[in-house]
Design a protein around this ligand. Structure first.
Ligand SMILES: [Zn+2]
Length: 402
């Protein structure tokens, strides 16, 4: 059985290729085409699978099995040799991330003797997982500086195949798997490690390497990095963000933290003042509204529509039923919706819920409650005043029987 020639190992920068079909089959509506040669990296070592096209059809999946690399398509290619093209923006990003990751892993080992446990090439960041209980900020800064220095020195990055016997002689960063032939990626006088991925030719092509944050996952530290074009794009976005913020706050960029601090303090002061004002208003309103309470046998009743907001009306109703002989029904109505709050003071011997609930259909209302306090919503119907009257009427009847 022939196997696929891995063209991405010959030249990681080639974008187009021709190949013969050496195997094919259909499964679940897709056609899988095994090619004599390909530029499509089938994924592995954390590096994502390549994207691209075969005869202008998008390649839906790529994987390797028994030395053959299969490409999933919607339809069988209509001619041979087939022509393939990889999405080079995607690949170029993967190459920058991968070489950048090798530089960072070597830098962590050199500066803090911290080996990389695993790597995650995400679409937002490249993450490096380290087995350490704590990583000081200064170590991360030193690693970032060294990594960017290695980039600036534009060192050669080379991959080569090494025989099983020769492997033991090499100063590899991590232990290689047992294989007849091992692929080794070397960054000139800096790092040497077994790797099956695609890399840039020189460290200068990696571009900027920037740490963005860390998180602790299952007892390990996962450190996130923006590498290459991603770091540049991120910096552009950050500049836009800072500009936007300084426009919003009409201040110079460097005074942003001070301005935000001042704003926070101002909000704190204003909120404190507002709470005090609300309290004062509540007291005043209570005094005013208590005078409106109508006598009803040995109790007083206050049933009315108010035009305060919901929270304020609720607070008011809760305060009002502190009066032991008062029965309260407050309705706040805004546009279509209305909210009602009802309750009774501790001396009131009847439960008002069985009196109130039969009236609720008049306002298409619902609600409930406990401990002498009930609340709910409804609609501002033309029968709103009937609702109030009916409640008072039923209450009178109930009290007359009691
Ligand atoms: Zn690698």
């Amino acid at each position: 059985m022939p196997i696929t020639e891995k063209l991405y190992y010959k030249n990681a920068y080639q974008q187009e290729f021709d190949a013969q079909i050496i195997d094919s089959f259909e499964k679940n509506g897709w056609v899988y085409v095994g090619l004599s040669a390909t530029l499509f990296y089938p994924g592995g070592g954390g590096q994502p699978k390549d994207r691209g096209w075969i005869q202008d059809q998008p390649v839906l999946d790529v994987y390797e099995q028994n030395g053959i690399i299969y490409h999933a398509l919607k339809a069988f290619p209509d001619k041979e040799p087939v022509q393939g093209r990889i999405d080079f923006d995607w690949r170029w990003d993967a190459m920058q991330q991968h070489t950048g990751q090798h530089i960072l892993s070597a830098a962590f080992l050199q500066i803090a003797s911290l080996p990389t446990v695993s790597v995650h090439f995400g679409e937002e960041t490249t993450a490096i997982e380290l087995d350490a209980s704590a990583i000081p900020e200064s170590v991360i800064q030193d690693v970032e500086s060294l990594a960017n220095r290695i980039v600036g020195q534009n060192r050669k990055v080379e991959a080569r195949w090494v025989s099983h016997e020769a492997v033991d002689q090499l100063p590899l960063r991590r232990k290689p798997p047992r294989m007849d032939r091992l692929r080794v990626v070397e960054i000139e006088n800096f790092d040497m490690t077994p790797c099956g991925g695609t890399h840039v030719r020189t460290t200068g092509e990696v571009g900027w390497i920037k740490y963005t944050g860390s998180e602790k996952i299952r007892g390990r530290w996962r450190l996130h990095w923006k590498i290459g074009q991603r770091a540049v794009r991120d910096y552009q976005q950050k500049i836009e963000l800072v500009k936007h913020l300084s426009n919003l706050l009409t201040c110079a960029e460097e005074t942003l933290p001070l301005q935000v601090q001042r704003l926070k303090e101002q909000i704190k002061r204003t909120t404190r003042q507002m709470r005090q004002l609300q309290k004062d208003l509540l007291t005043l309103t209570l005094e005013n509204i208590e005078r409106q309470g109508m006598p009803l046998g040995e109790y007083r009743i206050l049933a009315t529509v108010v035009d305060w907001d919901r929270e304020f009306t609720k607070a008011l109703a809760e305060q009002l039923i502190q009066q032991p002989d008062l029965i309260v029904l407050l309705i706040c109505a805004s546009d279509e919706r209305l909210y009602w709050f009802a309750g009774s003071g501790e001396n009131v011997s009847v439960d008002i819920w069985p009196i109130l609930s039969p009236c609720l259909p008049l306002i298409e209302g619902k609600g409930g409650g406990r401990d002498r306090f009930y609340q709910g919503g409804g609609r501002r119907t033309p029968a709103l005043s009937d609702f109030l009257n009916q409640f008072v009427q039923r209450l009178k009847e109930e009290l007359a029987h009691a």
